[in-house]
Design a protein around this ligand. Structure first.
Ligand code: AMP
Length: 386
């Protein structure tokens, strides 16, 4: 396999064609690359930007052949693409991040065990292989817990909060219905966090690492709602968070863009919640507030080119447009209002159906201070709630 740099004009393949794939494609096209998008959903946003589209199942061997003939390197827009396909493609082209990293990250149990074995701080957890093990896992951890499916969960899907032992039986029943699909679960102590943080790390083939400023996040129902950057934390905590994230990505030996999600606890410690081996929703602000976005970094790392600056040009706050929120920005009043707001940058993903919980777009608010950006964002959030 040839690991030489890939220059503009080459064809980059992306597995997955959601908004992250579309933003990767836009960055690659701007730099003069061609992009092949493989996503089973013909309506997936990235197909609209693709030089060549493959709207077929990931199991389709004819597509695997055609795709590998066409592309010079492969990346992915989310971690749940089949690792076996990445392994197969890696025999022919560079695939970044690697299938080995996907195998660790795709499974929440493997990921937490890996991090713990490497000495990184994570919430206390127990593995649950059979539904009847749930009760003892909850009792051992004590207090409130979150039970999550080990694989395939995202945006709060496949998660149950248990605050009282009386709730265990109901959750156990829900788990039992998943046994035929071979599910396993991780039960985590509920962390009493002061805030959630995330850190974007970019790592090149030569081990060169760049870290973006720490972001402060707020989730609602397991879905990211708001990100503010720089996070309103002390310089010491920001330094600790950046250092932790860089060490975690180095431990994975990752090449590409990684987002390390953290809990900053009430007692001031940092715990790793999870790592995404790709650009992340909490890094969308980099499109409008940084000289080089997370998606351009993905292109650069994939192609073996020098990594870009991670300089923040402006404090920013990002609000996700989720499900029916879309109406608030596509009506005349809402759209005019938003576009007239100083510093507001609207991104809509062009998804046709606004299902509840589906990410339809986001708005980045730029301002002189994080606080001011957050104020503009919360004004917008109030409009969404109405
Ligand atoms: P996840 O899919 O694991 O990132 O979880 C989605 C969101 O659920 C997180 O961003 C937190 O807001 C919340 N959450 C997940 N795990 C925990 C935990 N162990 N303690 C407290 N909140 C959690």
């Amino acid at each position: 396999m040839n690991d030489a740099p890939l220059y503009p004009g080459a064809t980059l393949g992306v597995l997955g064609g959601g908004q992250l794939g579309a933003m990767f494609a836009a960055a690659a096209l701007r730099l003069g690359y061609r992009v092949a998008v493989w996503d089973p959903d013909p309506d997936a946003p990235a197909h609209r930007l693709a030089s060549v589209s493959f709207p077929t199942a990931f199991a389709d061997s004819a597509t695997a052949h055609a795709f590998s003939q066409l592309v010079n390197a492969v990346t992915l827009e989310w971690e749940n693409v089949p690792a076996a396909l990445c392994e197969q493609l890696a025999g022919i082209h560079p695939v970044r991040p690697s299938a080995a990293i996907l195998r660790v990250i795709q499974d929440r149990i493997e990921q937490k065990q890996f991090l713990q074995a490497q000495g990184f701080p994570v919430p206390s957890f127990r593995m649950v292989q059979r539904p009847h093990q749930l009760a003892s896992a909850v009792a051992e951890l004590g207090g409130a817990v979150i039970c999550k499916t080990a694989t395939s969960g995202y945006d709060g899907k496949g998660q149950w909060t248990i605050r009282h032992s009386s709730e265990v039986a109901g959750v156990e029943q829900a788990l039992a219905s998943m046994v035929p699909r071979g599910a396993r679960w991780i039960v985590e102590a509920m962390v009493d966090f002061a805030r959630e943080l995330s850190v974007l790390v970019v790592r090149g083939q030569d081990g060169d690492q760049r870290v973006y400023p720490v972001v402060e996040n707020r989730h609602e129902g397991g879905i990211l709602r708001l990100s503010v950057v720089p996070a309103r934390i002390s310089a010491v905590v920001a330094e600790q968070a950046s250092d932790l994230a860089m060490r975690a990505v180095r431990a994975l030996d990752g090449i590409g863009v990684f987002c390390v999600e953290l809990f900053h606890t009430q007692s001031g410690t940092l715990l790793i919640n999870e790592i995404a081996p790709r650009p992340h929703n909490s890094g969308h602000y980099t499109l409008d507030a940084c000289s080089v976005s997370q998606f351009e970094q993905q292109v650069r790392a994939l192609c073996g080119l020098p990594l870009g600056e991670v300089r923040l040009l402006s404090p920013a706050a990002m609000v996700n447009v989720i499900g029916q929120d879309l109406e608030a920005v596509t009506s005349r009043e809402g759209c005019f209002d938003l576009l007239a707001t100083p510093g507001a940058v609207l991104h809509l993903y062009g998804k046709r159906v606004a299902r509840p919980g589906r990410k339809m777009g986001h708005v980045t608010f730029l301002a002189d201070e994080s606080e001011q950006a957050a104020t503009r964002a919360s004004r917008f959030e109030k409009i969404l709630r109405v």
